[in-house]
Write a protein that binds this ligand. Sequence first.
Ligand code: M6R
Length: 604
Amino acid sequence: MCWIFWYSWSKDAISILVHWLERLEYRWYDSAWIYVNNWKDKTFRARSVWKVSELATKLQSMKDRTYIKGIAHTRWATHGWVTEENTHPHQSNNGKRSIVHNWIIENYSKLKKELIWNWFTFSSETDTEVIVNLLEKHFNWDMLETAQSVQKIIRWAYAVLIVNSEFPDEMIWIRLWSPLIYASSKQWEHFFSSDAQALAWYADNMVYLEDWDVIHIVNDEYNIYANWEVTKRNIEDFDQEALEASKWDYKHFMLKEIYEQPNTIKRTMKWRVNFDAMSLHSETFHGMGNEDYNKIVTVACGTMNHVGWLGTYRLQNLAKISAYSEIWSEYENKPFFINPQSLHIFLSQSGETADTLETLKMVKEQWGKTLGIVNVVWSSIARETDDWMYVRAGTEIGVASTKAFVTPSVLMLLLSLFLWKRRWMRLSKYQQIMRELQHLPSYIETVLDQSDHIRSIAMDLLWYKDFFFLWRWYQYPIAAENSLKFKEITYLHSEAYAAGELKHWSLALIDENFPTIFNLPHDEMYEQNLSNLQEIKARKWKICVIWDRRVEDADWQITIPETIDEIYPFLTAVAGQLLAYHVADLLWNDIDKPRNLAKSVTVK
Ligand code: M6R
């Protein structure tokens, strides 16, 4: 995706900017560049239409380290292919104005036609070049006013840096929907960044800029304008530890994140659950308000949609609320049927997923009540929703979500218990769930202890090309998630279907070359699942079971601790993560950066 950083001053800007680019490299991009100035306004520019490491190698041999200001940017191609011409910064036709831009301009094609009609020419295929030529067309010798008038013409979303060679001491940033922070350090350094994480241990405090903000900088003095007036925004301390990301001794970030889950679950529950009193702290669920909800819709993409899906099962089953999950791309085309007792929950690890954010804005336009469940603090979804809850999973680097699947799933269970409690739940069942929740971190540790055993299963499985993931009820979203994770990093074909459908059509597909991974804990669905297991075994097809008790023979078995229906999904999910990880590792895949995928999808 696209990331912008700006640094000033007085350390070696090249090393700092490259370090930030490296920190966010896992989020995927297809070109990167930096542009730096020194004291005497000597400039230097370098770019790579591939890896940051290529750019870093080019810069390593540079002897001159007097550059103290600069910009770095990664581009993820949306308009126009990955070429030098399409790489930022883009310049206006007269060469005097230059810009760097994140996100996309939706009305660019209409604007481009109008500009061509006015004799402007274009040297790239990007939407960005439209903005810079609009700045030239509307230029009135006041950079601030010009930027504000162009802001009214372009249709979102963007974070744009504007410079003008006629005003070398000035710089303008404009933003709408695309995240942008201003930060500073105790050593008088100034930073702009589209992401806070890159700045960990550099900045000491930060200001999160809001939609429509225009920032005017003259010689490192900055003013924020909202509605054409100078305004103040909150200055927040930088939470360095929450934002730092390191792989420690693990081979991959994904593996480290899988192993972090017992601790992250404890963190998610801390301050929300009092296990001694067996109670939930109602102030941490302030986002749920006092409404008696009659309908809850979760909206998310990818793995987060599976969190929502599992969560709605809990809300239906425990809290007895009509609940369903939607992937944004389908939901945005449907009527929302909002009523005063309905709630929309937006789930996102990054809190920046453009698709989820767009649906959120549509729900808000219709006055729907919204709650955000996000992992990244200060993210756009947290800021846009009426209320929010932080998952507290810590930074997740691996593109394949693991701890950011399990921890919000725990939070959704706590929410369901909270709503259930207010609706006169069955005390004995509630207490049983609370007791087992307390043991959840140690149950997960037991699953993690089987990593070597799961790797030995992976050694057999990697020779197959197709896989089936089967489930029923609470295990339904889990098998879908396990299958997603499996194909995301192994690049092997897998499908996830309800066990009940087996006889109706899926038996036609399976044969001895098509192993089935079956989530088969001793839950309410066990007996029904067992007959499906026998149907598969009777045909001598290959089967790998994830269960808590051995009852039958299977080709491969992963044993999870015995617990209750509400807790099993977390354990089968972790077993599935390890299985996907080991198969992908044995296939030598780039696990933390699976091909063609980005960690946070900030364009539609
Ligand atoms: O940042 P988000 O949670 O909103 O991202 C949504 C999906 O892109 C994400 O869950 C994706 O499916 C996972 N990386 C898959 O492991």
